[in-house]
Design a protein around this ligand. Structure first.
Ligand code: PDD
Length: 291
């Protein structure tokens, strides 16, 4: 089946989709993005993802490419046209196309919007869930506004490559004081000795993950205590459980951090319960299937 991409108002064959060489996203990483999961044809937390997109745009004084309602129409159309039942929709907004100049372009320059959609077999998502995954740790060398979901992901790419080279699934980034900030594309969690969930507090050094927020809400409903605070690599290695969350990995147990096994080396019960609750939440609270 041929994939379809959306580029500035047009649905085009994926392999022909292209942006201008002077798109500011391309030249300056002057753009923001979102990834929305599709599970059994449902859009997972589309509203909160679009809220975060609005915030990212606002923080960078970028214009919105279209209204929320119009954006939802394109997202749904992309899911349908690409026949995605399980997978993701990727959307990126850049400040637009203009002759290269670091300062912002004139007001009349419109933001550029591209969108892709891709199927990801559920078996692939679940691959890490059965046995759990390994993570490695690496210095967090990113800028000071990691709360904005920009396409300036080079440090994240370097971190993910470190993980890949080490045959791990993810790299947890560590700040100057030895505390874990977050993964290269996921939020990081542990379960402490008392069964409390621990994940770093929100701030400018991590992305406010949408999955993170939903998991906090679901844990609250189950009266699982949550401590939003920093934790060190050593604390994580000695924790009962560890796991990661993101739109693409949902809740994925971590069974090894660097060379240390976490817990008994198998996915923990809290992570497994949260993953099941998250699945149920998608089925029951993420609206009707798109197709
Ligand atoms: N990444 N932290 C970082 C640095 C991320 O890039 C992501 C998401 C998350 C998790 O956020 P959410 O739960 O909203 O997906 C945390 C996406 C999936 C990506 O870059 O592909």
């Amino acid at each position: 089946m041929s994939r379809i991409a959306y580029v500035n108002g047009r649905y085009v064959p994926h392999q022909d989709a292209a942006v201008h060489i002077e798109d500011r996203g391309y030249q300056f990483a002057d753009g923001v993005y979102e990834v929305v999961a599709v599970a059994d044809s449902r859009l997972v937390d589309a509203g909160p993802h679009l809220d975060r997109l609005d915030r990212s745009l606002r923080e960078l004084s970028m214009k919105s490419p279209m209204s929320r309602a119009a954006l939802m129409v394109v997202i749904r159309e992309m899911v349908r046209r690409n026949k995605v039942r399980n997978g993701i929709v990727y959307m990126q907004v850049s400040r637009g196309v203009a002759p290269r100049d670091h300062a912002f372009p004139p007001d009349h320059v419109k933001p550029a919007l591209v969108m892709t959609a891709k199927s990801v077999p559920p078996a692939k998502v679940a691959a890490g869930v059965g046995q759990g995954v390994r993570v490695v740790t690496t210095a967090d060398i990113r800028w000071q506004r990691c709360d904005i979901k920009t396409v300036a992901l080079l440090p994240n790419c370097l971190a993910k490559q470190e993980a890949k080279t080490a045959e791990a699934f993810e790299a947890w980034q560590v700040d100057g004081e030895g505390f874990v900030t977050e993964g290269s594309s996921t939020n990081a969690w542990i379960v402490d000795a008392d069964g409390n969930l621990v994940t770093r507090h929100l701030g400018e050094d991590i992305l406010p993950g949408i999955t993170r927020k939903t998991i906090i809400d679901l844990a609250n409903r189950k009266d699982i205590a949550i401590h939003e605070r920093p934790f060190t690599v050593a604390e994580a290695q000695e924790a009962k459980e560890a796991f990661i969350t993101s739109a693409t990995s949902f809740v994925t147990p971590v069974i090894q951090i660097d060379d240390r096994t976490v817990g008994n080396g198998h996915p923990g019960s809290v992570a497994s319960e949260l993953r099941a609750l998250y699945r149920q939440y998608i089925d029951e609270e993420c609206g009707d299937p798109v197709h």
